[in-house]
Design a protein around this ligand. Structure first.
Ligand code: IFM
Length: 479
């Protein structure tokens, strides 16, 4: 590991040039930015329901208006063009395209994304579409949600509709965003929608998300040009032991199985990890995995999307363990079914406004591990970034040196991973805009562009200008 000089966001000392063709982009997600929650036929998703439930989201915030991107998309594309970004990762709102989660597509929903994609292409920005970034149509949740196989089948039908409408324009697709959050925060700890707290439902959800991914990849491949790319985006956890003890190493193994290998196993190897099945045997016999499912899930991919923010530090716990400091929100219910006695620890050093430790070495380690475990699979950082307590000063400027330091450190880590052999094809800053940060509402600002919510005014932060220079030149400047 040779990026010690950049640890904790400290600056690298010499300029680093990224490979020719490296993709520089930014990312968003439908519910977090679009607003227009009931326009043009869109119906509630599980996040609409969750956000409207008192006590679930800070301050009672909802995505009803969000950044009003549904109406300001042209301005947002112009912002990206001004910043010189080469790519934009966005998600399609399932309830905008298929409001009940079944049946034909709503033309107005498709038209919105066609206009957006056409504008991006017109400005020379590559569109990268995510099919599912957590906004499940509420009707599908009412019918059982991700714990049920039917949801995976519906997801493949929706993928087909999206591919039919946009497959001639969008050349890179990712199926799911962070299925770990959908399964384990949504159905385990309940800190995400739909807010259920049932460990078995969480494991069933993980399997049906895997199945949905595999079926959706097949639906896409049947419709999009052969040269188009299919991916999935995983928030690979860099799990580290608190001490060198064997007990802590086993805590790492158990969390790694539930955080990472429950997805990479079936998707990229065609099987669930044996140790995961054993660890969770007291909860389920996994009989919801039917014959043939693993073949359906294990589809060849062109890229693996990696989201990284901070490492996870664990140890064996003396008692039943505390999950409060695992960085994923407070709940009396664990998002780690079957993990047993695991304690989560705050890594030392600087933190972002989320309380997440700033540690680019975690990103380096994730990339090196994936490059070694799946050497044939190119990687793309589909999300990386940080929330800080940004504000516009009296001159209307937003200065965010901490975000620049964070990005600098993490880009140095990506560069070093590339130098050391990882095939990383691009980087998407999370996020283009300040937006609805799930259970934190609008209280956490991740954007490179500041949003004044009452007026919708956008102000590129100092970090946006800094990132723009990196994106235009492909060079991470020295300190
Ligand atoms: O805002 C989220 C995003 O929706 C998914 N990945 C993590 C981000 C920051 O929490």
């Amino acid at each position: 590991m040779v990026i010690a000089a950049q640890e904790n966001g400290a600056a690298p000392d010499s300029a680093r040039t990224f490979p020719e063709g490296f993709l520089w982009g930014s990312a968003t997600a439908s519910y977090q930015i679009e607003g227009a929650a009931s326009e043009d036929g869109r119906t509630p998703s599980i996040w609409d329901t969750y956000a409207r439930t008192p006590g679930r989201v800070r301050n009672g915030d909802t995505g009803d208006i969000a950044t009003d991107h549904y109406h300001r998309w042209r301005e947002d594309v112009a912002l990206m063009a001004d910043l010189g970004l080469g790519a934009y990762r966005f998600s399609l709102a399932w309830p905008r395209i298929q409001p009940t989660g079944r049946g034909p597509a709503v033309q107005k929903g498709l038209d919105f994304y066609r206009r957006l994609v056409d504008e991006l292409l017109d400005k020379g920005i590559k569109p990268v579409a995510t099919l599912y970034h957590w906004d499940l149509p509420q009707e599908l949740e009412d019918a059982g949600g991700w714990p049920e196989r039917a949801t995976a089948e519906r997801f493949a039908e929706y993928a087909a509709l999206a591919a039919d409408a946009l497959g001639d324009r969008v050349k890179t697709w990712t199926t799911l965003n962070e299925p770990w959050c959908s399964a384990f925060l949504g159905y385990g700890s309940g800190v995400h929608a739909p807010g259920r707290t049932d460990p078995v439902a969480a494991l069933r959800a993980a399997h049906h998300l895997n199945l949905g991914h595999g079926l959706a990849v097949q639906a896409l491949r049947d419709r999009i040009p052969a040269a188009s790319e299919c991916a999935v985006t995983l928030n690979i956890h860099q799990v580290r032991p608190l001490t060198g003890s064997a007990a802590d190493a086993d805590a790492v193994r158990r969390i790694d199985a539930l955080a990472n290998r429950v997805f990479t196993g079936p998707m990229l190897r065609g099987s669930y990890p044996e140790d995961l099945l054993k660890d969770t045997a007291g909860l389920t016999d996994w009989s919801f995995v039917r014959e043939g499912d693993l073949q359906q899930i294990h589809q060849p991919l062109d890229l693996l999307g990696v989201n990284y923010y901070t490492p996870t530090v664990v140890s064996e716990a003396d008692d039943s363990g505390t999950h409060a400091s695992d960085g994923h929100g407070r709940s009396d219910h664990s998002p780690w079914p079957g993990a047993g006695r695991v304690a989560f620890h705050q890594p030392s050093g600087d933190t972002t406004a989320m309380g997440w430790a700033v540690d680019p070495t975690g990103l380096y380690d994730v990339l090196r591990r994936l490059a070694s475990d799946f050497p044939e699979l190119p990687l793309v950082i589909t999300e990386n970034g940080a929330a800080f307590d940004d504000y516009a000063d009296p001159a209307g400027q937003v200065n965010d040196p901490d975000r620049i330091a964070y990005l600098r450190g993490h880009l140095a880590a990506v560069h070093q991973a590339v130098v050391d052999g990882a095939d990383v094809r691009g980087y998407f800053l999370w996020s283009l805009l300040d937006n609805f940060e799930w259970a934190h509402g609008y209280g956490k600002r991740f954007g490179a562009v500041y949003v004044d919510y009452p007026t919708g005014t956008r102000i590129p932060k100092a970090s946006a200008r800094w990132y723009s220079e990196v994106a235009r030149t492909g060079v991470l400047p020295g300190a």
